[in-house]
Write a protein that binds this ligand. Sequence first.
Ligand code: ZN
Length: 303
Amino acid sequence: MNMCVPDSLRFRGLLLLASLLSCLNLFCRGKLPSEAGSSNPPDKGSWTIYTPFDWAHDGNPVYGNFITVYSDGAGADLKQQVCELAEQQFSDIMLEFQFENTADFIFPPGYNRIDIYINRFHTENIAWAYWGGFLITIRVEPLDTRWQRYLNYTAKHELVHVFEFLIEGKIDLFADVWFKEGLAVYLADPETAGFNPVDTVAELDAWIARNQDHPDQGNPIAIHRQSDFPPNADRTYYYLMFELAIRYLLDERGGMGSLDNVLDLMYDIRNNIAFESSFEDRFELNMEEFETEFYTRLRTYLQ
Ligand SMILES: [Zn+2]
């Protein structure tokens, strides 16, 4: 199942063309490319300002078109590999949203590139997206198959968040947890990371049965904020349920929405419209209704 590409030949053709073009144009190198302007990058990477991790880097970043890859000690090959992968994935995301106007991105003040920081040696095992980039933990190099799959999935997941940050242009993402995480999992494709998406009524019923004791019976739409997760929640499975909610919304047999609607919603948030009212407007679906009817709607959808 290829969930990240809408099922249209025209779109597949576009994607292929853009992949080829961006392969030809792809470059990641040890000096800031002149096309990006002659100004030197700021002294402090954006993660030192927009995350709790004020980490130093080794002074040898690798520069791509949009992206700079920093690290506390990853080798040049790993930085290069992450840079090329992330450049490709970010252009794939722009294509999926049919978004070309990069001048419309709102970067944090003083920054104009996406910063990625490869955490090789700090103890925190994190993948953390913020306004301007993301941090990713990688413990081995060269990458074995398992770490390669982790990187392929995680980089795309975090870049979807970064895309959303750059459209919304704010220090936080203001969409509900189920929505923003579902979107990132959906576009990164859980199968890339070796997870099976929820796609049968039996799996849905098993999840509801496992969550009988929780007031919301594991209803993903009830997770508006981080604090809404029940204690000891199976977050991995919640994320798969978030993905199912987004897949439903964007499916012709489901909510009949599109990534256009998602992009419009991000712009609404840029314009300080509350997530809930933008959601109702863009998907023609009341949020409370969607939450109440979620299991009924999804049971029909998965049959
Ligand atoms: Zn995420």
